[in-house]
Each structure stands twice: as structure tokens, then as C-alpha cells.
Design a binder for this molecule. Structure first.
Ligand SMILES: Cc1cc2nc3c(=O)[nH]c(=O)nc-3n(C[C@H](O)[C@H](O)[C@H](O)COP(=O)(O)OP(=O)(O)OC[C@H]3O[C@@H](n4cnc5c(N)ncnc54)[C@H](O)[C@@H]3O)c2cc1C
Length: 385
């Protein structure tokens, strides 16, 4: 006899992956326990930019996961305010090469029945008059895309699952051991609690050194450190996600454009790309402008050498580039923070099953907010079919 209750599924990690695995398993009428080490989770899923932009994803299954995720977010928003704002995304080209990529992308997306509209520079500036004429060469708008408040979304979804779908949740519950015992999974917490599940999902994010570290291939996994800025609240200017020239050069989807391979890069662009900088803007409900982001990389397990400091040099590079793109009422920085995520160099997400009952689902990289709801729907479907 097991002393404690056994669940159909126990999930370690209350980020976006863990929380949406819980949602889909609950929809299948499974009993689910979600365990989170912190009082309130505050890792990547709470520090990010909060854009849900399938248009940026590789044009394979991950683009479809992004579309499915948007649908899931929209359905949830109708039942419960999860902070979704469906105002679409703009890509803004800064030169003729990027403008060509926007034309090609528009067609690629039309072929996939994904709504979008191309705008000339003048048309774009009419709608967005605060952008700088010298910067804008063309615009591409995706009306279906959305933005979420990362400080709110996952917490709201979790609340919803607890309140209406019977999720069991323990916070301040650090799991320090997981193994197969008596044919099922047994988890141990740092407070010596024991939990049992027919299956366990480990969605514990960047800290791969604690649980089954021997199953994470070091050569395959990288940690990325990102820097973000929040500018002081100001009058409402930006309704949508704004993604700019360096983003067009960076996002996976654009790699499928015929002209992508011919792109030439200026020395200034190279300097920014070396720090993984591309400029994204959005305006939060309180009027503050969120500005991102930069990327530095290190093999997983060596993240201490990425440091915890916010680099003023990187922030200044982002601000200088942003000032070339748009006029704002104020460029005063209210806060700046770093966030970290794990990513796989071999696949879009790192998954591994150990002893049939323990499932690692991690390393989704920089697309977790856009794709996790759709991806986890498929993952949970496979797990319980
Ligand atoms: C600055 C930044 C900007 C980004 N912008 C975007 C964006 O605009 N759009 C987009 O799609 N993606 C974006 N991303 C990527 C996205 O945030 C991540 O892909 C996603 O949050 C990863 O989710 P996760 O659930 O795997 O990890 P996490 O959010 O890290 O969750 C893991 C959780 O597990 C918990 N945990 C760890 N160990 C244990 C343990 N032993 N016991 C119990 N709990 C444990 C942690 O406390 C944590 O809460 C961004 C990321 C960053 C950092």
C-alpha cells in the first residue's frame, strides 16, 4: 500500500511548460499534481517579453504549435482573464533586403492560410507616425498574433486550473529525487515529502544539475542569458508587438525565404548580432515600454560564468538602436533584468523518457510563450494515448 495518494501525472516545474502540461492532462480527466520549488515561480516564463508570434517560428510543426497555442490562449481568455491582448504584430524592415524578406514571408504565410498584410513605408508611417522615416522601408502585419503579460499569464492559468479543473499544487516544494519504484514514479522533496505518479514530467527549466543530470547531454544543451528593459510609463503609442530589422534577420521563419541566404550584413549590424541583440517593443497596460533583447550563450552547466550582472554596455547598445527606429516620449529606463533559458542545439525541444515513467520536457529555448500550449497538447496526447 502506498502511504500517499498516487496521481496519474506529477509535474515538476510551474513554468509555462509544466502549467500547460497540467492543463492538457486535466482536460483528459487525469489527476494531476504540480510541484514548484519557489513561493511564486519567477524564472523564464515570468521574465520574458510575452509575445505569442507564430510568424517567427520555423515553418515546420513549430509554426503549427504556435498557431494552436494562440487558439488555446484565446479560448482561455474568453473564460478567464489571462492578460491576452490580441493586437497583432508588426515587422518593420530597415533596408531593401529586409523589405524583400517581408514580401517573401507574406507569400509563405499566405500559402499557409495565415493572415497578414504588407504595407509600404508610407502606409506603415501613416498608421505608426511616431516611427522614424529614415528607418522604415516596409511593414508586414499579422493581425491574429498576440501579447501576454508574463508577470501574470502563467499564474492566472494555474489559478484557473486549481479553481475549475481540480489541479493539486504545492509551491515551496523543491524536488530533489525522482526514481521508478514499484513500477511507478516516486519523487522526494527537500522537506522529505514523498509523491507518487504513474508518470512524472520534469519541466524544471535551466537548472539541470539537480534532477537526473546524467540524462542531459552536455554537448547538446546551451543556456542563454537575455537582457530586457522597461522604460518609464508614457502615453499610449504602441498597440501591437513591434519587431524590427534585426528580428527579421534573426527569426527562424525568415530562414525559409528564398532571399535569406543572400542577406549582406553591415559592420554595425554585426556588432549588435554578436551580442544577440534584436529590437522588440511593446507597451504594457500601465504605459511602460518593454524593450528587448540581447542573447549571450554558454554550454549548460557552466552558466555561472554568464554572471548575474546587467551589462550597461548591452543596454546602451539596445537603447541606441531603438532610438534609430522610433520616437518616444521618454527613454528613461525604469528597470532592467536578465532572464535565462535552456535550449537544445539538436532539436526544437529536449525530451527524454527514463524507465518508461519519467519524462524530461525541457530546453524549448526562446519560443516557450509562443509554442508551449500547442506543443504540450500534442505531448500529453501522445503520453496518454
Ligand atoms: C528575457 C526573455 C524573453 C523571452 N521572450 C519570449 C517571448 O516573447 N515569446 C516566447 O515565446 N518566448 C520567450 N522567451 C522564452 C520563454 O520564456 C521560455 O521558453 C519559457 O518560459 C520556458 O519555460 P519552462 O517552463 O521550460 O521554464 P521555466 O519558466 O524556467 O520554469 C521552470 C520552473 O521549474 C521550477 N523548478 C526548477 N527546479 C525545480 C525543482 N527541483 N523542484 C520544483 N520546481 C523546480 C522553477 O522554479 C521554474 O518555475 C523569453 C525568455 C526570456 C528569458
Amino acid at each position: 500500500m502506498l502511504k500517499n495518494r498516487k496521481y496519474d501525472l506529477v509535474i515538476v516545474g510551474g513554468g509555462v511548460i509544466g502549467t500547460f502540461c497540467a492543463l492538457h492532462a486535466l482536460k483528459k480527466k487525469k489527476s494531476v499534481l504540480l510541484l514548484e520549488k519557489d513561493e511564486l515561480p519567477y524564472e523564464a516564463s515570468f521574465r520574458n517579453f510575452g509575445q505569442a508570434v507564430p510568424s517567427g517560428q520555423a515553418l515546420n510543426a513549430w509554426f503549427e504549435y504556435g498557431r494552436k497555442s494562440l487558439k488555446i490562449y484565446k479560448e482561455l481568455q474568453q473564460e478567464f482573464d489571462i492578460s491576452l491582448v490580441g493586437n497583432g504584430s508588426w515587422y518593420v524592415a530597415s533596408d531593401d533586403q529586409e523589405a524583400t524578406l517581408l514580401e517573401e514571408m507574406s507569400q509563405l504565410m499566405k500559402d499557409r492560410n495565415y493572415g497578414n498584410r504588407l504595407y509600404t513605408a508610407n502606409e506603415f508611417l501613416e498608421i505608426n507616425p511616431h516611427f522614424k522615416k529614415e528607418y522604415v522601408k516596409a511593414g508586414l502585419f499579422f493581425p491574429e498574433e498576440a501579447s501576454l503579460n508574463p508577470l501574470v499569464m502563467v499564474h492566472k492559468v494555474r489559478e484557473y486550473l486549481i479553481k475549475y479543473m481540480g489541479l493539486h499544487y504545492h509551491n515551496q516544494c523543491s524536488i530533489i529525487g525522482v526514481e521508478k519504484k514499484r513500477g511507478i514514479a516516486m519523487l522526494t522533496s527537500s522537506k522529505k515529502q514523498i509523491f507518487w505518479g504513474d508518470h512524472v514530467i520534469l519541466a524544471n527549466g535551466r537548472d539541470t544539475q539537480f534532477l537526473l543530470p546524467e540524462h542531459y547531454p552536455k554537448e547538446e544543451l546551451t543556456i542563454s542569458k537575455l537582457q530586457m528593459l522597461r522604460l518609464t510609463p508614457q502615453k499610449q503609442l504602441l498597440k501591437s508587438n513591434i519587431l524590427t530589422g534585426l528580428t527579421i534577420r534573426r527569426y527562424e521563419s525568415f530562414h525559409s525565404c528564398p532571399s535569406f541566404a543572400k542577406l549582406s550584413t553591415s559592420p554595425e549590424q554585426k556588432l549588435l548580432q554578436e551580442k544577440g541583440i534584436h529590437i522588440l517593443f511593446k507597451q504594457a497596460q500601465d504605459g511602460s515600454i518593454i524593450l528587448g533583447d540581447s542573447h549571450e550563450y554558454i554550454p549548460a552547466g557552466q552558466q555561472a560564468s554568464l554572471g548575474f550582472e546587467i551589462s550597461t554596455e548591452i543596454n546602451d547598445m539596445m537603447l541606441n538602436e531603438a532610438k534609430k527606429i522610433t520616437h518616444l516620449e521618454s527613454w528613461q529606463v525604469d528597470s532592467s533584468w536578465s532572464g535565462f533559458y535552456l535550449q537544445s542545439n539538436q532539436s526544437e525541444v529536449f525530451t527524454k523518457t527514463v524507465d518508461n515513467v519519467i519524462h524530461i520536457v525541457n530546453g524549448i529555448g526562446g519560443k516557450g510563450m509562443t509554442t508551449s500550449p500547442g506543443f504540450t497538447a500534442e505531448y500529453i496526447h501522445q503520453l496518454f494515448s
